[in-house]
Design a protein around this ligand. Structure first.
Ligand code: PRP
Length: 210
């Protein structure tokens, strides 16, 4: 049995569809319910819906053998997991954004609001820029508007949240896509099962590229 942690939401549903097409279906997952765990014994899979930012915790600690999460989460928390495959979906980027026309003259400590504290710290350390981190949990775009911060470090997908709040991208930090990750011990003991699944999914992803 392979235990798979999926990120709850649109991305997770897309990922499940891909796994289903790869031969790892579990029809009960599509029934309308509030259940979070679904199993197909015959196919040897058990799926869990978890909060996207928690997928790597389940996988790192072995509650799930594999899972799918964004590169942003891997960069922020550096979980001890294997990254097996770029799923080429859930594509967005981590970027610095500010109010239109903002210019950093470098004279003062830069106030940076973000959910991605480690990524922001690393990024500015590498630029030797002094910053004051303000850790927020969501709606980060409000911070520069209300003067809570000078800039934000956040995810930009379509760019419409920034646009609708009169903000703009200053710089892209790194591109993001969903990654298939595996627990290290599971990969050792279920190598064949996990590798088979990865191969099937990889095949479908390359078909998509054609
Ligand atoms: C993310 C991100 C931005 C938005 C970007 O927020 O934090 O707010 O998506 O998408 P866009 O460029 O397509 O507008 P999310 O919906 O995850 O909620 P959050 O406010 O909790 O971060």
């Amino acid at each position: 049995m392979i235990n798979i942690a999926l990120p709850k939401g649109r991305l997770g549903e897309k990922i499940y569809d891909l796994f289903e097409r790869a031969g790892y279906e579990c029809p009960s997952i599509k029934e309308k319910s509030r259940k979070l765990i679904f199993e197909n014994e015959e196919k040897g899979v058990r799926y869990f819906w978890v909060k996207p930012s928690d997928v790597s915790i389940y996988v790192e600690r072995g509650a799930a053998d594999i899972g799918v999460c964004g590169k942003d989460i891997l960069a922020e928390y550096s979980p001890e997991v294997y990254e097996l495959l770029d799923m080429k979906t859930g594509i967005c980027r981590l970027a610095v954004a500010a109010k239109k026309g903002f210019y950093d003259d470098g004279k003062h400590t830069l106030k940076v609001a973000t959910k991605f504290v480690n990524c922001a710290k690393r990024y500015y350390a590498q630029k030797s820029r002094d910053i004051d981190i303000i850790h927020l949990n969501g709606s980060i775009e409000i911070a520069p508007i209300l003067g809570l911060s000078d800039v934000i470090v956040d995810i930009v997908e379509t760019g419409s949240t920034l646009k609708e709040n009169d903000l703009e991208v200053v710089e892209t930090i790194f591109p993001i896509s969903a990654r298939l990750i595996a627990n290290k011990a599971s990969f050792k003991f279920k190598t064949k099962e996990i590798e088979n699944l990865v191969e099937q999914v990889k095949g479908l992803l390359s078909e998509k590229e054609l």
